[in-house]
Design a protein around this ligand. Structure first.
Ligand code: NDP
Length: 399
């Protein structure tokens, strides 16, 4: 059906590429392009021989001209951005110049301020619309599936949704005292930032990890979870009718939090460059270099993730609660595609989002968040490609 250019060859990209190869009628041809070409070649070697034709390329995605040259050479129908959030705008610029659809899993973040907001990418709306191409923003799990779950709940279960709590539980154990399940720099920037949620149309800010709750997760059990700022709050508050409050919680174990606090206290999580032996280094980037590579956690991680949304709202004039979630098993993911569940739960929806554009099921020129599209074909594809969802009409609620 079409050709996809996949940028990045890390944990999430690896899963997405495996999944494209499981869906060869849609992904006839893919090109894996990243900064380190050997990683792209290693993926090609692992997956070559199936129906999907694979090629590789070296690209610096900070450089728009390099991206344009690569797109003009490969001529993809969609570019799937699985590099880092810093590259979102350059890749969108290249897609605009070449009139190719765009998909990502994380919103743009400037390198020098840990502040993630949609305003930079939403500023491309008119230009994408005029070019007749679609940018699908946030097609991972959260953001991603959480937005699809919200659109599905709105379409099938509610007349209005007043409260959404997004709960992200990772009960996986990798055996290390401290490691992050995806890119450590991005992960630590996210969890060491101030928390926030939206209430009555306004952001309410909290200190980092200030709000803690305990939740009894289906198939996992009780876990401590903390309120974080998360990017989908911004778009869901606009796109879901009737929202009064929307919050995001993520579970963290005590060992992770104690290590993080200590690293913070000694300045290792700072993104301010410092002078070290005559060279400028960013402490957080140095920390990333000494931490376990998230890709190496796959073979050692046991346990499950449970990510989902609890909705409270009204249907036919009556109060209603509804919980949609997915449970994913780290070891099963590793067996299937050689990655742990955090990469898996992001890489699968990235493939599905691109497939929605390639098949024309989703076709809306402009820049759109995932909840703006019809959720039904995406929900079917989640069941088909390894992330089956479950629903509950009487969930425990978060205080
Ligand atoms: P990794 O660090 O494992 O992989 C990132 C890849 O991007 C690497 O291959 C890296 O190359 C490549 N890259 C980085 N900079 C450039 C550049 N300038 N030009 C070309 N390639 C580049 O990250 P993950 O796979 O864990 O995460 C990928 C994305 O997914 C991130 O944006 C992350 O925020 C997002 N994410 C989204 C989630 C969601 O649910 N929505 C959940 C988890 C992650 P090299 O190998 O040379 O370093």
């Amino acid at each position: 059906m079409g050709k996809a250019l996949i940028i990045g060859a890390g944990g999430v990209a690896s899963v997405c590429i495996h999944k494209c190869c499981q869906n060869p009628d849609v992904f006839e041809e893919i090109c894996i392009a990243s900064r380190t070409k050997s990683k792209c070649d290693a993926l090609k070697e692992k997956l070559d021989g199936g129906k999907t034709k694979i090629s590789t390329a070296q690209v610096n995605a900070d450089n728009v001209d390099e991206l344009i040259a690569l797109i003009n050479e490969f001529k993809p129908d969609v570019v799937i951005n699985l590099a880092l959030p810093y590259q979102d705008l350059t890749i969108m610029d290249a897609c605009l110049a070449t009139k190719v659809n765009y998909v990502d899993t994380a919103n743009y973040e400037p390198l020098d301020t840990a502040k993630f907001e949609y305003k930079w990418q939403w500023a491309y709306r008119e230009r994408f619309e005029q070019a007749g191409i679609t940018a699908l923003l946030g097609s991972g799990f959260d953001p991603g599936v959480t937005g699809v779950f919200s659109a599905y709940a709105m379409k099938h279960e509610f007349d209005e949704i007043n409260y959404i709590d997004i709960l992200d539980c990772n009960a996986g154990d990798h055996g290390y005292p401290f490691a992050t399940n995806f890119n450590p720099e991005i992960n630590i920037r996210e969890v060491s930032a101030k928390g926030s949620y939206i209430e009555d149309g306004k952001w309410v800010e909290t200190e980092p990890m200030e709000i803690k709750r305990v939740y009894d997760f289906p198939e996992i059990g009780e876990k401590d979870m903390y309120l974080l700022h998360h990017e989908e709050l911004e778009s869901l508050a606009l796109n879901i009718k009737g929202i009064k409050r929307i919050r995001f919680f993520m579970t963290f174990g005590q060992s992770y939090l104690t290590h993080l606090k200590c690293l913070e206290n000694v300045g290792m999580t700072s993104i301010e460059p410092i002078e070290f032996e005559g060279k400028q280094i960013v402490p957080l980037q140095f920390l990333k270099a000494v931490l376990p590579d998230p890709a190496s956690l796959g073979p050692r991680t046991k346990g499950k993730t449970n990510i989902g949304c609890i909705f409270i709202g009204k249907k036919d004039g009556k109060d209603k609660t509804y919980y949609l979630y997915n449970v994913c098993d780290h070891e099963k993911c590793y067996k299937e595609v050689g990655s742990q569940a955090v990469s898996y739960t992001t890489g699968v929806p990235a493939m599905i989002g691109a497939a929605m554009l390639l098949t024309g099921k989703w076709n809306k020129p402009g820049v759109h968040n995932i909840e703006e599209f019809d959720p039904d074909p995406f929900m079917d594809a989640l069941n088909q490609f390894g992330l089956p969802w479950k629903e509950s009409f009487h969930p425990d609620l978060v205080e």
